[in-house]
Design a protein around this ligand. Structure first.
Ligand code: HEM
Length: 138
């Protein structure tokens, strides 16, 4: 992996999203949100990066989001420390594929629908965290 790219901004500095989101949306809401996101990814140019079983992948990601929103640490209980940038390194993530990924997430937020008062806060998190997942120049 000699061609790994490190975003000059470094790791995100702004912390997790607002924990009130989990209180309002609930675990089931977060699971539904990630399920919608992964369903949207099915139809994109980056689909082949993901495993065949998208629903399984969606629920691993939901475990992570519930955890960072201050809920039960399902992700670490099942998989150990998150180390997300490292876990994403085997997948060649460019700025272009990040935009496809973000579009799918934002569409899922519309369809859920995600509570309006926390939309900006959650979107800011997705922006900065996903920027740190970029690991290839092109
Ligand atoms: C806010 C940013 C992101 C978060 C919080 C996030 C979270 C996660 C989590 C929790 C997993 C499961 C890791 C595991 O245990 O194996 C995962 C897997 C993955 N993510 Fe992300 N991710 C983000 C951004 C991205 C972006 C931008 C891409 C690509 C454009 C991406 C592509 C993938 C792929 C390909 C996998 C493997 C899925 C599979 O198992 O099939 N992620 N992500």
């Amino acid at each position: 992996m000699s061609d790994v790219y490190v975003p000059p901004g470094g790791p995100p500095q702004d912390g997790p999203p607002d924990p009130r989101i989990l209180q309002v949306v609930g675990e089931e809401g977060i699971r539904k949100l990630l399920s919608l996101h992964y369903k949207n990814l099915e139809e994109t140019s980056i689909r082949d990066m993901f495993a065949k079983d998208m629903e399984n992948a969606a629920q691993r990601a939901a475990d992570f989001f519930i955890q960072i929103l201050g809920g039960t640490p399902y992700y670490s209980q099942k998989n150990g420390p998150p180390r997300m940038r490292q876990r994403h390194l085997p997948f060649p993530i460019t700025e272009e594929s990040r935009q496809v990924w973000l579009d799918c997430f934002r569409q899922a937020m519309k369809d859920l629908p995600f509570p309006e008062e926390y939309r900006q806060n959650f979107d800011d998190f997705l922006e900065s965290f996903s920027a740190w997942m970029v690991n290839r120049k092109s």
